[in-house]
Design a protein around this ligand. Sequence first.
Ligand SMILES: C[S@@+](CC[C@H](N)C(=O)[O-])C[C@H]1O[C@@H](n2cnc3c(N)ncnc32)[C@H](O)[C@@H]1O
Length: 254
Amino acid sequence: MTDQTAEHYHRVAASYDDLWTYDPDYVRQFSRAMIDELRLIPSDAIADVGCGTGLYTRQLCEDLRPTRPILCVDPTPAMLDRLPAAPGLRPLLAGAEDLASGHVGLPDAGPLDAVIMKESIHHVADRGGVLAGLASMLSRHGRILVVMLPTSIQHPLFQAAHDRFEALQPDPDEVVDLLDAAGLRASVSYRTFHTAIERERYVHMLESRYMSVLHEFSESELAAGIDQFRRAYRDPVLRFDDHFAFVKGWVRPG
Ligand SMILES: C[S@@+](CC[C@H](N)C(=O)[O-])C[C@H]1O[C@@H](n2cnc3c(N)ncnc32)[C@H](O)[C@@H]1O
């Protein structure tokens, strides 16, 4: 993780859940989508790598009621500190690289049945190495789900933020290739979540740099971007479609 990313999540941790919970149903729909895409069952040994505050892991735990705690892995102490103390959630302060390379071991003996990486893969530099390492930790019926934004998004960002996002965001098809190279049966599907946010709330989200890409801008560039946003979006409620790639890799029957 770069210093800039570490700094971003350290700053945003306290308000992260508030910034990202457009509405409670969004989180519920997302949790159901992940359970569905991975065909999770309660007896699965699950790790959520880059779980952040556990905003989605908590919901998933409530929905699935797993028989073993979900391993909640994140390298940012301030984010992981927000994970509620609950028997179904086990925190592990580590980056995906630490886990995948074996520098940090799994607290329980035995392989993982399911690994989730939701909106954290773009922070990993050696994506091929990490995905191969995680794939090697899977059981016979193991699978990995990488949830990520596509390279172009419909969030009502200002133009420079869109441009920067497009330059930085990895392509989901590359992740498909990396999972395939790791020996998994890889595929991608897309899901759309309809989103509505009050305009002033969105201004607050921009000011709080709710997406890590917004940390690419100085105070004055951000202020200029927010002015541009105010001129471009006048409705009191902003509606847009949030498209996500669900990239999956399944252990091949052997
Ligand atoms: C956009 S947040 C997503 C959090 C959570 N998965 C969610 O959807 O709410 C990205 C998270 O990735 C974590 N992260 C950054 N670098 C990472 C790495 N190398 N390995 C694993 N997680 C990382 C950050 O600390 C942050 O909590």
